[in-house]
Design a protein around this ligand. Structure first.
Ligand code: TYC
Length: 102
């Protein structure tokens, strides 16, 4: 064969990896849920230490809201739902919301 085409061998495949968007779980203050219950929910559902749980609870109590932690969308929504369910089981109006990180 006279007309040859030269090709450069593929050395690798370009791999694009997108970082998953993270979602904040936000604790919302209310006037009825006992402080100790908020701390317990933070400890049980979010596996946060007692000290840190107290700080987060107090921040929400004084400022209205506090970011608890960031997770992938699924995990954030599941944890927020489970935390709210725990509160409803006890008859408390405690709220957690989720929102995408900037
Ligand atoms: N404000 C509640 C009280 O005084 C305690 C509380 C704190 C409730 C934080 C919700 O996200 C919250 N008993």
């Amino acid at each position: 064969m006279s007309d040859q085409t030269t090709t450069t061998p593929k050395t690798g495949v370009e791999i694009k990896v997108e970082r998953p968007k993270l979602y904040k779980v936000i604790l919302v203050n209310d006037d009825y849920t006992p402080r100790s219950f908020v701390v317990t929910v933070l400890r049980v559902e979010f596996r946060i230490s007692e000290d840190q749980a107290n700080r987060i609870m107090l921040t929400a109590h004084s400022r209205g809201v506090c970011v608890v932690a960031v997770y992938t969308k699924d995990v954030a929504e599941t944890k927020a739902t489970r935390a709210v369910d725990l509160a409803r089981e006890q008859g408390y109006p405690l709220m957690f919301t989720t929102e995408p990180e900037e």
